[in-house]
Design a protein around this ligand. Sequence first.
Ligand code: FAD
Ligand code: SF4
Length: 334
Amino acid sequence: NHKPGLVEHTVGWPLDKNTYGGSFIYHLKVEEGESPLVAAGFVVGLDYSNPYLSPFREFQKFKTHPYIRPMFEGGSRIAYGARALVEGGWQCLPVPVFPGGVLAGDSAGFLNVPRIKGTHNAMKSGMLAAEAAMDLIISGEATHEKGVVPTQYEEKLKESYVYKELKQVRNCRPSFHTSLGLYGGVAYSAFSTLMRGKEPWTLSHGGADHARLKPAKECQPIEYPKPDGVITFDLLSSVALTGTNHEADQPAHLTLKDDTVPVKQNLGVYDGPEARFCPAGVYEFVPMESGDGQRLQINAQNCIHCKTCDIKDPSQNINWVVPEGGGGPAYNGM
Ligand SMILES: Cc1cc2nc3c(=O)[nH]c(=O)nc-3n(C[C@H](O)[C@H](O)[C@H](O)COP(=O)(O)OP(=O)(O)OC[C@H]3O[C@@H](n4cnc5c(N)ncnc54)[C@H](O)[C@@H]3O)c2cc1C
Ligand code: SF4
């Protein structure tokens, strides 16, 4: 089933029509005699509303589709990883300069969402940042004493294809937010692409992703297949493949602003979505030692730095800070 060079994308299934997402499957070219290699993944828009959704388990379910399953049969799972994509686009671009520094690439949100491409914009913004720094050095404005705000960088970005391209596709992602969901989004995106983004309006994302989660009582639990260890896998054996590691005695990089919120708010209202949206099983609701209710256990050493909890925690109570250098996933070949 391996066709070197083949790239396949799907939208929708197993997601419902109101949840943005789809898959990518890359059949990698390998040297003669080497085992065939496929890189596959599943994107789930973090603006989903059902707290029972698990992005990891959606991916496992996706692999059971009759068209997809044969591709993986007889193969071995050799790697696993996860990260958040920056999907805000043009409407959400931050001021990309500050004293002594700039934001470039994905950290500034330069991903072209409909194309799922950001490498070119990351490279271009890095080049423009270097040009702006050089301008400051040549003009003598850069000093050792104080951080200069490299405003030239923002001006260069506005003139570059980075901003032009992001503006052109600005309405595609928010167009998935109507009651027509996936169908409305695909139809509008086709129209907007034909228009080259020249519509005289800009659609709004309509709010933060964490605010879109609905209370559990308004939603249906989602059925996922039990892992068979062949095509579908459990979370913890997948996380083991990330090689993630953190020094045991470092300060916690995942803390809670208020320890009572996870049980009272997240578990009480949303049925503990952090136990499902984290792709590394970091958050677990476990029984209290007293036998009276549950508490949230944070397995911070498993964290693979995807930043989903920072974005999707409905109470915005999780404080993710950068851990000590060297910690985190040790991806190989990803
Ligand atoms: C699944 C997936 C598929 C994609 N497919 C494509 C595609 O086909 N084509 C395309 O053009 N784009 C694609 N993209 C987007 C592309 O990967 C990004 O836009 C691009 O990598 C952004 O580059 P960057 O340098 O800004 O950030 P990154 O590539 O994310 O680099 C940031 C680096 O900083 C490191 N880092 C983070 N924190 C610290 C710290 N505290 N100290 C030191 N280092 C740190 C990270 O380990 C990482 O190496 C894809 C993204 C994903 C997730
Ligand atoms: S704890 Fe947060 S950042 Fe770490 S893997 Fe889980 S969701 Fe991602």
